[in-house]
Design a protein around this ligand. Structure first.
Ligand code: CP
Length: 307
């Protein structure tokens, strides 16, 4: 069974194959599942980009999108996630896309249900399709990962994007560094010895990846003001002016303007924030194709990227 629940499960070749397919979709390639195929998007946490771009991707592939609203489903009557997915499978749904607040919710599904599961974000765990669209955006820009210097800044501890991106970028040969408030640093290997002061980091990186402050995952303790955060850990206009020529700004969004990034920089010439969203559709088409056709991950990927 093909699933995509964590970027950790993908080797370098599998990642590059997805990026290559996303590139083909961005250039107009089409693919159809062959017979009537039903997909349901189960979002138990808020989403604009991921949910909408999965739905656009599904419709572009000719898939039948089955509406599912957690707030009017039998989850309200206490039905478990496992029983919900087994029910959809029994009714004829061929694949599910799930976002859930519980870390590793997918462990109750993988190898237990008989349809592919695509993780659209689990708690503070993983966000593999965001990671793949970020990689696709970086590859479009630089045509390489090896030796690229990437800075990830902000609420590292609560960010599934930071975790997924750091792991995959390192797998692909990039040099990943972190910055942000020390109290939001992850205690694990991700940040061991890789901290840099923000004022130095902005001058050295090729890619500056800013993270949203995840207030909804904080324990409610006292937090600094938005203005203080922006001055200490945000991309101010002054810091942007010290970035290297050719370097880019990324953010998974939603963006807190004037907190992680100055309002006027969200759409500046270095920003790829809306390009990331555009690329999300092509990457999600590639992921859906892969899980639905059970594609062979050992295919050769030594083709040169052309833009
Ligand atoms: N980047 C991202 O996952 O956005 P949404 O929460 O809007 O889906």
């Amino acid at each position: 069974r093909q699933n995509l629940v964590s970027i950790k499960d993908m080797n370098k070749d599998e990642i590059l194959l997805i990026l290559m397919q996303a590139q083909k979709f961005s250039q107009g390639e089409s693919w159809r599942a062959g017979e009537q195929t039903f997909v349901a998007n189960l979002f138990f946490e808020a989403s604009t980009r991921t949910k909408t771009s999965f739905e656009v991707a599904e419709r572009k592939l000719g898939l039948e999108v089955i509406p599912f609203e957690a707030g009017s489903s039998s989850v309200l009557k206490g039905e478990t996630l496992y029983d919900t997915v087994r029910t959809l499978e029994s009714i004829g749904v061929n694949a599910v896309v799930i976002r859930h607040k519980e870390d590793q919710y997918y462990k109750q599904l993988v190898n237990k249900v008989n349809i592919p599961v695509i993780n659209a974000g689990d708690g503070c765990g993983q966000h593999p399709t965001q990671c793949l669209l970020d990689l696709f955006t970086i590859q479009q820009e630089f045509n390489r990962f090896e030796g690229l210097k990437v800075g990830i800044v902000g609420d590292i501890r609560h960010s599934r994007v930071a975790r997924s991106n750091a792991e995959s970028l390192r797998k692909l040969g990039a040099d990943v560094r972190f910055s942000g408030p020390p109290e939001w640093f992850a205690d694990d290997y991700l940040t061991a010895g890789d901290y840099m002061e923000l004022d130095r980091l902005v001058e050295e990186v090729d890619v500056l990846m800013l993270l949203r402050i995840q207030h909804e995952r904080h324990d409610g303790g006292a937090e600094m003001t938005k203005e203080d955060y922006h001055q200490m850990y945000g991309l101010t206009v002054e810091r942007e002016q010290r970035m290297k020529p050719g370097s880019i700004i990324m953010h998974p969004a939603p963006v807190n303007r004037d907190v992680e990034i100055a309002d006027g920089l969200v759409e500046c010439s270095r920003s790829r924030i809306f390009k990331q969203m555009e690329n999300g559709v092509f990457v999600r088409m590639a992921v859906l194709k892969k899980v639905l056709e059970g594609s062979n991950s050992n295919e050769l990927v030594n083709q040169k990227w052309q833009y």
